[in-house]
Ligand binder design. Structure first.
Ligand code: PLP
Length: 398
């Protein structure tokens, strides 16, 4: 009798970041004293903003007094936070209501947990290169995966395949790793495809706050028809520096029905069984992000990373290197020079310039020949990395 989920045997070991660490450690073992400029991992470096820290302190004090103490929180989220998030959408004329918003512990949790709503016969469609957790969660779930390509020709925008398949479609905009953003036209095509095929789109908006161009959608619900076919999964991790604090939100519209079932109602049932809600302290912190002052502060936070991206793109331009992303994204996706491979380029950057980046091959086969730089580093490191890349180019290492 088989008693284990054998799909775990099919999940590829996640060697990417372990391999990167191993290569850096090996290099440092022979070159002690060198400082590596770490532009590899997509984790934030700026601290939480003052409003968030104040709200968290106050919430801790609340928990210390019987009169203000909170036990279990509502499973789908504090109604005040759900309402604040809905208002934040509505201020931008995006029609989201409080009961369509679910507070979560972050996007990763939701991207995996949400699969529970769908039959395993429904394949996942994951445009590559992609955030590796999408495929891994689906392999663990025993689901077939279709990988439509994105490429340089279309600016790494994912486009629906020629053939019609009913699927669970993953879209990420701004994208990790390519930094590409889905335009309105791109989303319109996917929405038409999803409606035609009875598919459901999982729109990963974890990097929405990095979109600064007015005509680029930050939410899929800016496009008519999206509420009938899309779930939006988002997070405060990159928006407000919550990677180590943990809070996010998922929107499941009331219009979204399949097989006569309301997905919103199914998710309420799921959450009330499988979670006991996000902690009071973290939800208070999240409320501070959505306050007027909180929004000003996170805008300043983004300015730091945006300035980094600008400085780095300027250096790549000066070096004559081709890249995507950076404009509406904290990631810069650089084409490896002179037909070099991702890992070859990684090694040159590490050994000749002490820069750590992430090889594109780690995001799927179509990422081979590309390398990702994260702009979540200090300004000094970004400027220095740009200077070293220009020097590499002048010295013909690239
Ligand atoms: N989605 C994408 C595309 C990401 O890059 C990340 C984290 O790097 C996540 C989701 C996960 O975010 P969270 O910290 O909210 O789990």
């Amino acid at each position: 009798m088989i008693c284990m989920n054998l799909n775990y045997m099919k999940v590829k070991e996640s060697y990417l970041f372990a391999d990167i660490r191993k290569r850096i450690d090996a290099w440092l073992a022979d070159h002690s004293g060198q400082r590596i400029l770490r532009l590899g991992i997509g984790d934030v470096t700026q601290p939480l903003t003052p409003s968030v820290v104040k709200a968290m302190h106050e919430a801790v004090e609340d928990q210390a007094r019987a009169e203000t103490f909170h036990g279990y929180m509502p499973e789908c989220g504090d109604p005040q936070l759900r309402s604040l998030i809905a208002q934040w959408y509505q201020k931008r004329n995006i029609p989201v209501e409080a009961d369509e918003v679910f507070v979560s512990s972050g996007a990763s949790d939701e991207l995996g947990d949400i699969l529970h709503l769908f039959d395993r016969q429904m394949p996942a469609m994951i445009p590559e290169p992609a955030y590796p957790a999408y495929a891994d969660a689906n392999v663990m779930d025993g689901r077939e995966i279709i990988f439509p390509d994105t490429d340089m020709e279309n600016g790494f925008q994912p486009l629906p395949p020629e053939h019609d398949v009913q699927a669970l479609i993953y879209l990420c905009s701004p994208d990790n790793p390519t930094g590409a953003v889905c335009t309105r036209e791109c989303l319109e095509k996917w929405i038409a495809y999803a409606v035609r095929t009875d598919s459901v789109i999982l729109f990963d908006a974890a990097y929405e706050s990095f979109v600064f161009e007015e005509n680029i959608p930050r939410s899929i619900y800016e496009i008519p028809g999206a509420k009938e076919c899309a779930i939006e999964i988002s997070s405060l991790s990159k928006t407000a520096g919550f990677t180590g604090t943990r809070c996010g939100y998922t929107v499941i519209p009331m219009e979204l029905k399949r097989d006569g079932m309301l997905l919103n109602a199914m998710w309420v049932r799921n959450r009330t069984t499988r979670t006991n809600g996000v902690s009071y302290i973290l939800q208070k912190a999240a409320m501070a992000v959505f306050s007027e002052q909180g929004q000003k502060e996170v805008a300043e936070l983004h300015e730091v990373y945006r300035a980094n991206a600008k400085a780095f793109m300027k250096a790549l331009d000066e070096a004559g290197l081709y890249y995507a992303g950076g404009k509406n994204s904290p990631y810069i996706w650089m084409k490896c020079p002179e037909g070099k491979g991702s890992w070859e380029t990684f090694d040159i950057l590490l050994k000749q310039a002490q820069i750590a980046a992430t090889p594109g091959a780690g995001f799927g086969e179509s990422g081979e020949g590309w390398i990702r730089f994260s702009m979540f580093a200090s300004k000094e490191d970004i400027v220095e990395a740009g200077r070293r890349i220009i020097a590499l180019r002048n010295e013909k290492y690239f």
